[in-house]
Design a protein around this ligand. Structure first.
Ligand code: HAM
Length: 427
């Protein structure tokens, strides 16, 4: 039979890579819950219109990157290219919105974008999303950014830069659009890519985000949004910035940071790593004040971010699963059943470990224990079975001693330090 291949741009994740994903998720749960966030789980498949309306018809994501197909009844469905639209839809459907409550929600999971795969860019990739819906205070922007930063620090990451910008609001954006349109009109239209020619009229902000080098060059002298925002947006932005300064967070103002999704207003930000190649943005986010209303919900604001787990995983390659606490080597057929019960008792007490289901030589089983990196190997032969004992071998010192079967927990306990932490750094 021929082998069935994986889809291009989709990956299987095994340890140690998958270890990094578990570490990122567990750390996010721990950190975000301290800020009052609750975990939501939402579908990966949504009506296409959700993304077209929220991310925006003119964006690369909607125009070129979505996995869209009809279901069996001909309805257009899309594998989510990002999570914010789905979280907002779920908020609107939930009791939070009915009660007009502020919601702090986070979610993890796979996203799908038909992009050209390369290091740090996949067609199925994973995000950690955090969103605050129902709060427009600049202090919430600051808290979101500080939480993201604290999370990345808790992962042990260093050498990251944070870039920040304000995109103005529904009030001041039209004025900026007009000056951008006037600038675009002065340019040689033929030198712009075909997408940008269309976007010059319909959505000029997207031209600022174009990745085609020719368009980029032509936009170098374009008007900057941060010098065109209204007094309200300016004071909002200044409060955010001054809070980041009080926190001691070094940021870079980037007036070109427009982000690739249409729903953003006011504060936008990205976290950049210089250690992972061209796909350097490890997290991005911003405020989306008109989004909930535009998706049929109450007119409430929102802000959030998403971390790209593939990119963070590139920075967490030194992470390993903590070795198991024990390996139980059974040295005689008659000891298998006792061995399984003993291993179960230890696991019930919170120890982690494995046992060999085949009776093999002591040498072979010690080799196996060594390979697993366990600190302790337990050896159970016919003699031990009869005497209700077990051999406990410290794999580091090589010291082996006989203990009663009722005392294994104590013997293991003495041999294991820091049992509550599931992850270790290599080296
Ligand atoms: P985004 O900038 O499109 O924002 O994606 C966020 C992060 O996801 C990026 O910074 C990057 O790390 C990762 N990412 C994006 N595309 C790929 C890919 N093809 N392969 C690997 N990683 C990728 C959003 O998705 C917004 N929904 C974020 C947000 C939440 N804004 C407000 N709330």
């Amino acid at each position: 039979m021929s082998k069935i291949n994986r889809i291009k741009g989709f990956a299987d994740l095994f340890p140690p890579e998958s270890t990094a994903y578990v570490f990122m998720e567990e750390t996010a749960r721990e950190v975000f819950s301290r800020y009052g966030y609750q975990e939501v789980r939402i579908p990966v498949l949504e009506h296409t219109e959700l993304f077209a309306r929220s991310i925006g018809q003119e964006t690369d994501v909607v125009q070129k990157e979505m996995y869209t197909f009809p279901d069996r009844k001909g309805r257009s469905l899309t594998l989510r290219p990002e999570a914010t639209a789905g979280v907002v839809r779920s908020y609107i459907d939930s009791s939070f919105s009915g009660a007009g409550m502020m919601a702090k929600l986070f979610t993890f999971g796979p996203m799908f974008r038909y992009e050209r795969p390369q290091k740090g860019r996949m067609r199925q990739f994973h995000q950690i999303n955090a969103e605050i819906i129902g709060e427009d205070s600049p202090w919430s922007d600051a808290e979101v950014i500080i939480m993201l930063w604290s999370y990345l620090k808790k992962l042990g990451l260093q050498s990251l830069d944070i870039e920040i910008n304000s995109l103005g609001c529904a009030g001041c954006r039209p004025g900026f659009h007009n000056s951008l349109k006037a600038y675009l009109k002065m340019l040689d239209q033929k030198a712009l890519c075909s997408d940008c020619r269309k976007r010059s009229e319909s959505n000029p902000l997207r031209v600022l985000d174009c990745k085609v080098p020719g368009c980029r060059d032509m936009m170098e002298d374009a008007p900057r949004i941060n010098s065109n925002i209204c007094a309200g947006c300016e004071s909002h932005f200044e409060t955010v910035i001054s809070m980041l300064e009080s926190f001691g967070l070094k940021y870079y103002l980037n007036p070109n940071l427009v982000r690739g999704l249409d729903y953003y207003q006011r504060t936008t930000f990205e976290v950049i790593s210089h250690d992972i190649g061209a796909q350097s943005s490890v997290a991005g986010g911003g405020r989306y004040d008109g989004l909930v209303g535009s998706l049929g919900g109450p007119d409430v604001p929102g802000i959030g971010f998403a971390c790209g787990m593939e990119r963070l995983a590139l920075l967490l390659q030194d992470l390993n699963d903590r070795p198991k606490d024990f390996y139980l080597a059974v040295l005689h057929e008659q000891a298998l059943s006792k061995g399984l019960l003993l291993a179960q008792r230890l696991r019930d007490k919170g120890f982690s470990g494995d046992m060999g289901f085949q009776v093999r030589s002591v040498k072979a089983q010690l080799r196996q224990a060594n390979k697993m990196g366990v600190k302790t190997c337990l050896l159970l032969g016919i003699d031990e079975l009869e005497k209700r004992e077990i051999q406990v071998k410290d794999m580091e010192t090589g010291v082996q001693k006989t203990v009663g079967q009722d005392d294994v927990e104590q013997a293991l306990g003495l041999n294991i330090k820091g049992k509550n932490n599931n992850f270790v750094r290599k080296g």
